[in-house]
Ligand binder design. Structure first.
Ligand code: NDP
Ligand code: 2IT
Length: 451
């Protein structure tokens, strides 16, 4: 490996030795951009370009006290990692999940810089959230938590400074409570400070659908480039949240058959094809568990997940696998099962759902891999379209936003393909995405001097 790259990787490992997810995302990017670094090693090394790109501009952590419905007070930890403002205001989601820690926030923020660069839109990279567990909480508890979280976060964000949005555990309801509190504290309507807002107070049509739809648009382009298509394909999906639901909806509309969806307790397998409207009812309206699918389709199978074991989703035979739940949900073992069962493509709806070993195994076996940075960028791209509508004080129709999203995903695929072809790794879109994004960021870093 290039000596400079090797040194930065070793130093990053030493300086962040307990941050496994963060190191995983850095290792994936750094190892795949080697030919670009090799070609520019003198200027990059002299300006410490790689050292700067792996160091967040700012990490904010704060106390979030809140009272439950019984009057008991709890304390959680809030985070905002403002990773890079190189090409636009810090931009990225908020995750509320008990597993949240600094390593997870940093890996998500690091991925976001590259993802946002690929969209071609002016957005920097950030991530935030809390180790708060929204499961089993009442609406009032969620509201009090969001208000307390924003009472600290507000001083660090703004429509030209940092624009949070949703992620795991943060959807339209949470964005509404966060926005209300922000507006109250600032005493001004600053529509573009958060994205994923409801349509009633400044949200964009098609933002809710955008990540899942975008994933399928990217998959369509990738399959098309290899003389294949979604029509008639069997698709397995993990997760049953925002990304999974709209990926399933668009996959079905594209003529594929979706046979699995899951949550952290287990997976449903319906060989006849999943009824996505029922999943929406269970998840979006009732906020229930995926198992409840069986109350309407008793012949579907429910396979429980055991904690610390791979998801049962990846044991089921499929043409296309779409991990849409969380990081590292496809291990090397699961990747081997997918390959054994004849998978042709894996599309990452989630951020970093494949371990490094799993990704490498899939690529070695000539499976098409649509990397999350590129394939799930439709969500944040549509967030940027929401911001631009807020600035214009004018709204597009659903069809207009969907068309813009589709074009963005086509362009992202083209950029990934071009970079992979240029560096003699045709078909390796993981490398293509990392190189295309990195080149843009490196040019901007050099142009802006040492900051
Ligand atoms: P949601 O909270 O809407 O849904 C998450 C889904 O994944 C739920 O079904 C959840 O099950 C499951 N899940 C979460 N954590 C785990 C876990 N540790 N083990 C097993 N299942 C799990 O989140 P989103 O759909 O928004 O996010 C899903 C993924 O997509 C994340 O990786 C996120 O970072 C990524 N992403 C999201 C974007 C967006 O616009 N929302 C944009 C780009 C990427 P349960 O209910 O049991 O927890
Ligand atoms: O991971 C992601 O890209 C998101 N959760 C969406 C971020 C955003 O700002 O819309």
């Amino acid at each position: 490996m290039n000596k400079y790259l090797q040194r930065v990787l070793t130093q990053t490992k030493q300086n962040n030795s307990n941050e496994t997810e963060y190191l995983q995302s850095v290792e994936e990017v750094l190892t795949s951009i080697e030919p670009v670094v090799e070609a520019h090693k003198d200027i990059y090394e002299k300006t410490a370009l790689l050292e700067r790109i792996v160091e967040p501009e700012r990490i904010i952590t704060f106390r979030v006290p809140w009272m439950d419905d019984n009057g008991q007070v709890h304390v959680n930890r809030g985070y905002r990692v403002q990773f890079s403002s190189l090409i636009g205001p810090y931009k990225g989601g908020l995750r509320f999940h008990p597993s949240v820690n600094q390593s997870i926030m940093k890996f998500l923020g690091f991925e976001q810089i590259f993802k946002n660069a690929l969209t071609g839109l002016p957005i920097g990279g950030a991530k935030g959230g809390s180790n708060f567990d929204p499961k089993g909480k009442s609406d009032n508890e969620i509201m009090r938590f969001c208000q307390s979280f924003m009472t600290e976060l507000y001083r660090h964000i703004g429509q030209d400074v940092d624009v949070p949005a949703g992620d795991i555990g943060v959807g339209g309801r949470e964005i509404g409570y966060l926005f209300g509190q922000y507006k109250r504290i600032r005493d001004a309507y600053e529509g573009g400070v958060l994205t994923g807002k409801d349509i009633s107070y400044g949200g964009s049509l098609a933002r809710k659908e955008a990540t899942g739809y975008g994933l399928i648009f990217f998959m369509r382009e990738m399959l098309n480039a290899h003389n294949n298509s979604l029509a008639g394909k069997t698709v397995t999906i993990s997760g049953s949240g925002n990304v999974a639901i709209y990926a399933a909806e668009k996959a079905i509309a594209s003529g594929a058959k979706v046979v699995t969806m899951s949550d952290s307790n287990g997976c449903i397998y319906d060989p006849a094809g999943i009824d996505i409207n029922l999943v929406k009812q269970i998840k979006e309206v009732e906020r229930g568990r995926i198992k409840e699918y069986l109350r309407v389709y008793p012949n579907a199978q429910y396979i429980e997940s055991r904690s610390n074991e791979d998801s049962p989703v990846w044991t089921i035979k499929t043409d296309i696998a779409l991990p849409c739940a969380t990081q590292n949900e496809i291990s090397l073992d699961s990747a081997k099962k997918l390959v054994q069962n004849g998978v042709i493509a894996v599309g990452e709806g989630a951020n970093m759902p494949c371990t490094l070993e799993a990704t490498n195994y899939l690529l070695e076996n000539r499976i098409l891999v649509a990397p999350g940075k590129a394939a799930n960028a439709g969500g944040v791209a549509t967030s940027a379209i929401e911001m631009s509508q807020n600035s214009m004080r004018f709204y597009y129709t659903f069809e207009e936003v969907e068309e813009k999203l589709d074009k963005i995903m086509v362009n992202i695929f083209k950029a990934c393909k071009q970079a992979a072809d240029d560096y003699n790794h045709s078909g390796n879109y993981v490398m293509g995405a990392n190189i295309a994004a990195f080149k843009k960021l490196a040019d901007a870093m050099i142009a802006q001097g040492i900051v």
